[in-house]
Write a protein that binds this ligand. Structure first.
Ligand SMILES: [Zn+2]
Length: 226
C-alpha cells in the first residue's frame, strides 16, 4: 500500500474547502482528517448550508476546535433543512460564490451516493462547480444503511480517533440525545475502516476521480492554455 501525502503543489499552505449540509456533517465524516491537517499550516474554508442559530453556533465552535490554528473562513447559511433538492439553484449559487472566493486544493464534502437528500444534493453539485480539486466525499453512518464501498482511507491514531469523538460530544450538545449519537457508532465505524486499511482507526472517503502525477512529469498546457 503506497501512502499518498496530501500537500499543496504550490508550496503554499494546504487549502481545504469543507462543505456540510448540516452542522456536524463535516466533523462526523472528516473530523479526524481535519484534526490531522490542522497539525500543519492550513487554510480552510468551512461552509454549512442549513442550520438554526443554535446549530450554527455549534458549527462555528466545531470549526475552530477541529482546526485549531488554521486560517479559517466560515460561511453559514440557513437553507431549508431536509429540502435541499428543491433549493437546488440556491445550493448551486452558494457553491459558485464559494468557488469565486477561494481556490482549494482539496474539497471535503458529502457523497453523491449518500441516501440523505440534502447530502446527496451537495454531492451532485460539487463536481459541477469545482473541476480541478481533489474531491474526497465523506461518509456518515445513519439509519438508511447507506454505507458503501470507499476508495480512499485516512488512518487515524487512537488518540486522534478519541479526540474526534470527544470534540463531537463537546461541540454538538444539541445532538447528544439522538439514539445514534454515541461513542460506539463513531469509534466502531472508525475501527471498521481502520481494519480495512490495516490501521487501528480510519476515516474513509469516496474519490470518483484523482490525478496522479509522477515526480518527473511536468503537466503540459491544457487546451485552454494553447
Ligand atoms: Zn447531515
Amino acid at each position: 500500500m503506497l501512502p499518498l501525502p496530501i500537500k499543496a503543489s504550490s508550496g503554499e499552505p494546504l487549502s481545504v474547502l469543507a462543505i456540510g449540509a448540516h452542522p456536524d456533517d463535516i466533523e462526523i465524516g472528516a473530523g479526524g482528517l481535519l484534526l490531522g491537517l490542522a497539525e500543519s499550516e492550513l487554510r480552510a474554508h468551512y461552509v454549512v448550508l442549513t442550520g438554526t442559530a443554535e446549530r450554527q453556533q455549534e458549527a462555528r465552535n466545531a470549526a475552530h476546535s477541529f482546526m485549531p490554528g488554521a486560517d479559517l473562513t466560515i460561511e453559514l447559511f440557513d437553507l431549508p433543512e431536509g429540502r435541499l433538492p428543491v433549493a437546488w439553484g440556491g445550493v448551486k449559487e452558494i457553491l459558485e460564490g464559494v468557488a469565486r472566493s477561494c481556490s482549494p486544493d482539496v474539497i471535503i464534502a458529502p457523497s453523491l451516493d449518500d441516501a440523505h437528500q440534502d447530502h446527496r444534493t451537495i454531492g451532485e453539485l460539487v463536481p459541477t462547480v469545482f473541476r480541478d480539486q481533489l474531491y474526497l466525499a465523506y461518509e456518515i453512518p445513519k439509519w438508511d444503511g447507506d454505507i458503501s464501498r470507499p476508495s480512499m482511507y485516512v488512518p487515524l491514531s487512537t488518540s486522534t480517533a478519541q479526540r474526534k469523538v470527544e470534540l463531537l460530544h463537546k461541540c454538538f450538545p444539541s445532538q447528544r440525545g439522538r439514539d445514534w449519537w454515541d461513542d460506539e457508532v463513531f469509534l466502531g465505524m472508525a475501527r471498521l475502516r481502520g481494519m480495512e486499511c490495516r490501521a487501528r482507526y480510519a476515516e474513509a472517503f469516496r474519490c470518483a476521480k484523482s490525478v496522479i502525477v509522477p515526480a518527473a512529469f511536468t503537466p503540459g498546457p491544457s487546451r485552454e492554455d494553447i
